[in-house]
Write a protein of this length. Structure first.
Length: 184
């Protein structure tokens, strides 16, 4: 279980980064396969956050944010699998709302990193602010967001992937530094 918890952050990060790069590199990729890949990624991300909540809820600040983020990501993944036509019309709204929530969630996660005195917590804070900002832009100008959907979605996925990889790295550093394994 500890290895799965450690690896889940890295796996989620790599999947988000690869999906982001494919979205930017091949815009047709977004329209053809984003629904399936994003559904898979949101499901994996949500399950990872729920597993993290179940294994670390008494050690982190505001653990219910992890659970809420996990549940919303799982529901969004299921929605993407079963409503392909609706996704094409409301994609920028869905991604925008998710980015705002994920950005706030990452801000909360950065407070945990700060509390454990892990250097680099500010990177997660700045990434969370940037992510929430991209979400607001996507909601404010949905037509522009749809015209540049592949680039916006690609950069957002890369940003979310980098956040997950940073969290994985910071957690490994903290555990190795303090020889503690209280939730991993």
């Amino acid at each position: 279980m500890r290895l799965l918890n450690r690896s889940m952050w890295l796996i989620m990060g790599i999947l988000f980064v690869v999906t982001g790069i494919l979205s930017i590199w091949n815009p047709d990729f977004v329209m053809v396969s984003l629904v399936f890949l994003a559904g898979c990624i949101f499901l994996i991300s949500g399950i990872g956050n729920i597993i993290f909540y179940l294994s670390a809820n008494s050690y982190v600040f505001a653990p219910s944010w992890f659970l809420a983020d996990g549940i919303i990501s799982v529901l969004l993944g299921i929605f993407l699998f079963f409503h392909h036509a609706a996704v094409a019309t409301v994609l920028s709204y869905i991604i925008g709302m998710w980015l705002i929530f994920a950005g706030v969630s990452n801000l909360i996660k950065s407070f945990d990193l700060y509390r454990f005195r892990i250097s680099g917590w500010l990177l997660v804070t700045l990434a969370g602010i940037l992510e929430a900002g991209l979400g607001f832009v996507s909601l404010w100008h949905p037509f522009v967001a749809m015209l540049a959907a592949s680039s916006i979605i690609g950069y957002c996925f890369i940003l979310q992937g980098v956040i997950f990889i940073l969290l994985w790295w910071f957690i490994l550093r903290y555990i190795d530094k303090n020889s503690m394994s209280f939730f991993y």
